[in-house]
Ligand binder design. Structure first.
Ligand SMILES: Nc1nc2c(c(=O)[nH]1)N[C@H]1C(S)=C(S)[C@@H](COP(=O)(O)OP(=O)(O)OC[C@H]3O[C@@H](n4cnc5c(=O)[nH]c(N)nc54)[C@H](O)[C@@H]3O)O[C@H]1N2
Ligand SMILES: Nc1nc2c(c(=O)[nH]1)N[C@H]1C(S)=C(S)[C@@H](COP(=O)(O)OP(=O)(O)OC[C@H]3O[C@@H](n4cnc5c(=O)[nH]c(N)nc54)[C@H](O)[C@@H]3O)O[C@H]1N2
Ligand SMILES: [Mo]
Length: 756
C-alpha cells in the first residue's frame, strides 16, 4: 500500500468517529451514545449500566476476565475484572477495542455465497439456503464415498470458549470425518516436558513475584502476556535479577537487567553449557538429582565428554564469562525460575532445546519450588465435561481404520473384525500438503471455524493450490479474511459478548464465566446454533443423518460443561457464583510438582527418558543442531504487539496504533544490501515473496530479518508467503503431530525502489 492511501485510510477512520455517519457504520447504535460528553456532564454512575461477566477467549496466556457495561442493549465499554488478581482491573489495548469489534462495520452480517471462489462476487443468502446447500453437499459426499472422510474440519484457536468445542461435536454428529490434528503453537515443548516431568505443568505465574532470579527464555511477555509483567517487576523490587534470552531485543528484553542476544536455535547448546558449569563448580543440588530424579549420572557423563562452556559459547554467541556468571548467580539464588517461551521451541530442534533447559533447572533443584520451576504452560484447570464436543456419530457410520479403502470398503483378509472406526487425522501443520495428498477419499469439503489458515498456516502458495482441489469451502467467521476470500460460503458468527461460554487459561489458574451480554448483531449465530441448524437441515433431508440436537440453548450448554471436579477445584457451589466475579483454583501450593512426585514412568524427574528414546529421539537431552541455512538471512515471524495472530489488527481502531508492517533489518545488513530506512524491499525464498517497507534497527541480529505476523484489512501482507511447513522435532506424542519450525526460515532481501 502506498503511503498516501494509508493516510487517507486514517482520515476516513477519524472522520468516521467524528461524524453522524458513524452511527450507521456502527450498525444502528443510538446516536446519543456517540455524542461527546459535555463539560459538566453527570459523573460516571454504575447504576445506569447492566454489568456482565465475560472472558477474552483468544489464544493468549492472559485469558482476561472482563467486566462489560451495557446500556440500551449496547456494549458501552469493557474493563478488566478487578476480582482477578491476574487481570487486576486492566485489559491490554487489544481488549479495550472489543466494543468496536462487536459494532464494526466490517463484520460479516449475513450468510453469503461467493459465486466463483475468489471472484469477490458475494451475494447474501438466507440461513436456510446456506444450510441447505451445505447439507446437500455433505449428503452428496456420503453417497459418493460411502463415508464422510472427504469432509475435513480445520479449527484451532480463534475462540477457546469451552462450548465452542461444539464444532468438533457437530462433525462427530455427522459421522467420521477428517480432522486436522496437532497445533502450530507449542507441541514440541509439551512433549519435551512430558518426557522430563511426565506432564506440562507450570507454577502459578503469580508466584513469580517470589522468585529471586528469573530467566525469560524465548518469550516476550511485554507483548504476549502483559499481565505477567507485574510479577517480574514485583520480583525485581524484592531484589531479583531478570535475564532475557532472545535473538531479538524485544520490549521484554529492554526491561531486563541482562539481555543475551542468542543465535536462534542454539539454546540447547547454551543450556548444556550452563549445566556443565554447574557440574564443574559443584553447584548441583545433589539431593534433588539423586532422590527425585533418574539418569543424572548418565547425563553428567554426557556433559563431561561432550560439552564445555567454551563449546557452548562458540555455538550460541554468548561470551563464556557471561554464561559462567549467570549460571553461578542462578544456582545461588533461591527460588530461581525459567520461563520457557513458545517462540523458542518452534525450531527443528525445539523439543530438544526445552529438554536441555529443563535439565539445567532440575540440576539446581528449583523444580517443585514456589517461585521456582520451568514454566511452560498447564492444562490443570481444563477438567470440563466437554459435553459440546463429545457427540456420537449416527448409527452405522463408516470411518477411518488406519487402512481405509475407497468407498468405505475395507479389506480384512484374515476375516478379523474391523477395528472401531475413527476420524481420519491430518497434520494441522501441513494443512496444504495433507489436502494435496489425501486419497481414498480425497478431501472434498472443508469446514473452517475458529481458524484462519491463509493467515496462520504455512506455505501460502501451496495452500492456494490445495484449496483449488476442494469442491466446497465453508468458513464460519466474523470478518472477511483471506480465508473467507477462498471460501464458497461464509456464515456470520457471534462475538464473545453475544454468546454463553466459560473460559480458563493455559498459564494462570483463574476461571471466568462468559455471559451473553447483548443480542447477536445482524444475523450472526453462535457455533452452537450453527451446529443445531445444520442438524435440522441434515435431518430434514435424510432423517437420522445427524445426531446433533436441533434445538439448543447456549446457557444450558454452558451449564452442562460444569462438574463436581470443577466446582471443588474452584471452591464454587454453583456456576452462578461466577456472576460475582472470576474464581481461582484452590491449590495445595503455587508450585507445580510440589510433592516431587513426577508423572513420568519412573515417577521421578527423568534426565534420561526411555520413552523419549522409544519415540526416536535421544534418551538424554543431548545437543541437536538446528536447521541448515539455505539463504543469507534467517527470517523470524513472531507475534505482534497490537494483534493476536490474525485478529485485532484488522480493526480500524487498531490501525491507529499499528498502521503498517515492516521488515526489521540490522543497519549493517541494510547497508550491504543498499536498503535505506523506509525503503520498499522484496523479501523472498523458495516458498514465495513479500514486498514490505524496511525498518532499520539494531534490535535484530545482523543475519536475521524479523516480520511480525498480522492480518491487515487493506494490505496484502502475509508472512506465510515465506514460511514453509518444515516440522519441529517433537509434539506428535501428546498432540498428534509434531510442531512446526516456523522460525527456521531463510530468505534474501533486496530493495525494490521507491523509498520514502
Ligand atoms: N508465521 C507464523 N505463523 C504462525 C505463528 C507465528 O508465530 N508465525 N504462530 C502460530 C501460533 S502460536 C498459533 S496459536 C496459530 C494461531 O492460528 P489461529 O488459531 O488460526 O489464529 P487466530 O488468528 O487467533 O484465529 C483464527 C480466526 O478465528 C476467528 N474467530 C474468532 N472468534 C471466533 C468465533 O467465535 N468463532 C469462529 N468460528 N471464528 C472465530 C478469527 O476472526 C480469526 O480469523 O498461528 C500459528 N502461525
Ligand atoms: N499481543 C499478542 N499476544 C499474544 C499473541 C499474539 O499474537 N499477540 N499470541 C498468543 C499465543 S497463541 C502465543 S503461542 C503466545 C506466544 O508467546 P511467546 O512465546 O512469548 O511469543 P512469540 O512471539 O511467538 O515468541 C517469543 C520470542 O521467542 C523468540 N525466539 C524465537 N526463536 C528463538 C530461539 O531460537 N531462541 C530464543 N531464545 N528465542 C527465540 C522470538 O524472538 C520472540 O521474541 O502469546 C500469546 N499472546
Ligand atoms: Mo500460539
Amino acid at each position: 500500500m502506498k503511503k498516501s492511501e494509508h493516510a487517507s485510510g486514517r482520515r476516513d477512520f477519524l472522520k468516521g468517529l467524528l461524524t453522524a455517519g458513524a452511527a450507521g457504520a456502527l450498525g444502528g447504535i443510538p446516536g446519543s451514545l456517540l455524542a461527546p460528553r459535555r463539560a459538566g456532564a453527570a459523573p460516571f454512575d454504575p447504576s445506569e449500566y447492566q454489568v456482565f461477566r465475560n472472558a477474552c477467549p483468544r489464544n493468549c496466556y492472559d485469558t482476561c476476565s472482563i467486566k462489560t457495561y451495557v446500556r440500551d442493549g449496547v456494549v458501552q465499554f469493557v474493563e478488566g475484572a478487578p476480582e482477578s488478581t491476574f487481570t487486576k482491573g486492566s485489559l491490554c489495548v487489544k481488549g479495550y477495542t472489543y466494543p468496536r469489534r462487536i459494532y464494526s462495520p466490517d463484520r460479516i452480517k449475513y450468510p453469503m455465497l461467493q459465486e466463483g471462489r475468489g471472484s469477490g462476487n458475494w451475494k447474501r443468502i438466507s440461513w436456510d439456503e446456506a444450510m441447505g446447500r451445505i447439507a446437500d453437499k455433505i449428503l452428496d459426499i456420503k453417497k459418493r464415498d460411502g463415508n464422510l472422510l472427504g469432509l475435513a474440519l480445520s479449527k484451532y484457536s480463534g475462540n477457546f470458549g469451552i462450548t465452542n468445542n461444539c464444532v468438533e461435536g457437530m462433525m462427530s454428529s455427522l459421522g467420521y470425518t477428517s480432522r486436522f490434528v496437532g497445533t502450530p503453537c507449542w507441541p514440541a515443548g509439551i512433549d519435551a516436558q512430558n518426557y522430563d516431568l511426565g506432564d506440562m505443568w507450570c507454577n502459578d505465574p503469580e508466584d513469580m513475584a517470589r522468585a529471586r532470579y528469573i530467566i525469560v527464555w524465548g518469550a516476550n511477555p511485554a507483548w504476549c502476556s502483559m499481565h505477567s509483567m507485574k510479577y517480574l517487576y514485583a520480583a525485581r523490587e524484592r531484589g531479583a535479577k531478570i535475564v532475557v534470552i532472545d535473538p531479538i531485543l524485544t520490549q521484554t528484553a529492554a526491561k531486563a537487567d541482562e539481555f543475551w542476544q542468542i543465535r536462534a536455535g542454539t539454546d540447547g547448546a547454551l543450556a548444556l553449557g550452563m549445566a556443565r558449569h554447574l557440574l564443574d563448580r559443584g553447584l548441583v543440588d545433589q539431593d534433588f538429582v539423586s532422590r527425585c530424579a533418574v539418569g543424572f549420572e548418565d547425563f553428567a557423563a554426557y556433559l563431561r565428554a561432550n560439552v564445555t562452556v567454551e563449546w557452548a559459547a562458540e555455538r550460541c554467541g554468548i561470551p563464556a564469562e557471561a554464561i559462567r556468571a549467570v549460571t553461578e548467580e542462578f544456582a545461588a539464588a533461591r527460588p530461581a525460575t525459567v520461563w520457557i517461551g513458545y517462540g523458542m521451541q518452534r525450531h527443528t530442534n525445539g523439543g530438544s532445546m526445552v529438554r536441555a533447559i529443563d535439565a539445567f533447572v532440575a540440576m539446581t533443584g528449583n523444580i517443585g519450588v514456589e517461585g521456582g520451576g520451568v514454566r511452560y504452560g498447564h492444562l490443570r484447570t481444563w477438567g470440563f465435561n466437554f459435553h459440546a464436543m463429545l457427540q456420537q456419530p449416527p448409527e452405522g457410520s463408516v470411518g477411518f481404520t488406519g487402512a481405509t479403502g475407497p468407498k468405505g470398503e475395507f479389506d480384512f483378509a484374515d476375516g478379523a473384525k474391523p477395528a472401531a472406526y475413527s476420524d481420519r487425522p491430518l497434520n494441522m501443520n501441513k494443512t496444504a500438503q495433507e489436502i494435496l495428498d489425501a486419497k481414498d477419499p480425497e478431501i472434498r469439503m472443508l469446514w473452517i471455524s475458529c481458524k484462519n489458515p491463509f493467515a496462520q498456516d504455512f506455505d501460502r502458495n501451496k495452500l492456494e493450490k490445495a484449496f483449488k482441489k476442494l469442491e466446497m469451502v465453508v468458513s464460519v467467521e466474523q470478518f472477511f479474511t483471506e480465508t473467507v476470500r477462498h471460501s464458497d460460503i461464509v456464515l456470520p458468527v457471534t462475538t464473545l459478548f453475544e454468546e454463553w461460554t466459560v473460559n480458563v487459561s493455559y498459564w494462570h489458574y483463574w476461571l471466568s464465566l462468559n455471559e451473553q451480554a447483548v443480542k447477536p448483531m445482524h444475523e450472526a449465530k453462535s457455533n452452537l446454533e450453527i451446529a443445531a441448524l445444520l442438524s435440522r437441515a441434515m435431518n430434514a433431508r435424510e432423517p437420522g443423518s445427524c445426531t446433533f440436537p436441533q434445538e439448543v440453548d447456549g446457557k444450558e450448554w454452558m451449564i452442562k460443561e460444569f462438574n463436581k471436579g470443577i466446582y471443588e477445584q474452584f471452591g464454587l457451589s454453583s456456576w452462578e457464583d461466577l456472576r460475582r466475579g472470576p474464581a481461582k483454583a484452590r491449590m495445595a501450593s503455587s508450585a507445580s510438582w510440589h510433592d516431587r512426585k513426577f508423572a513420568t514412568p519412573s515417577g521421578k524427574y527423568e534426565f534420561s527418558s526411555e520413552l523419549c528414546a522409544r519415540n526416536g529421539f535421544k534418551a538424554l537431552p543431548e545437543y541437536v543442531e538446528g536447521r541448515k541455512a539455505t539463504a543469507p538471512f534467517r527470517l523470524m515471524t513472531p507475534h505482534v504487539q497490537f494483534g493476536l495472530h490474525s485478529q485485532f489488527v484488522n480493526l480500524d481502531w487498531m490501525e491507529a496504533f499499528y498502521p503498517e508492517p515492516f521488515v526489521y533489518i540490522h543497519p549493517r545488513a541494510a547497508a550491504a544490501r543498499k536498503i535505506e530506512d523506509g525503503a520498499m524491499t522484496r523479501v523472498s525464498n523458495a516458498v514465495g515473496e513479500v514486498v514490505v517497507r524496511a525498518c532499520i534497527t539494531d534490535t535484530v541480529p545482523e543475519d536475521c530479518l524479523v516480520m511480525y505476523e498480522a492480518w491487515f484489512r487493506k494490505l496484502d501482507f502475509n508472512v506465510q508467503n515465506l514460511v514453509d511447513d518444515c516440522a519441529a522435532d517433537m509434539g506428535a506424542m501428546k498432540t498428534g503431530a509434531p510442531g512446526v519450525a516456523l522460525h527456521d526460515q531463510f530468505v534474501d532481501i533486496a530493495p525494490v525502489g521507491g523509498g520514502r
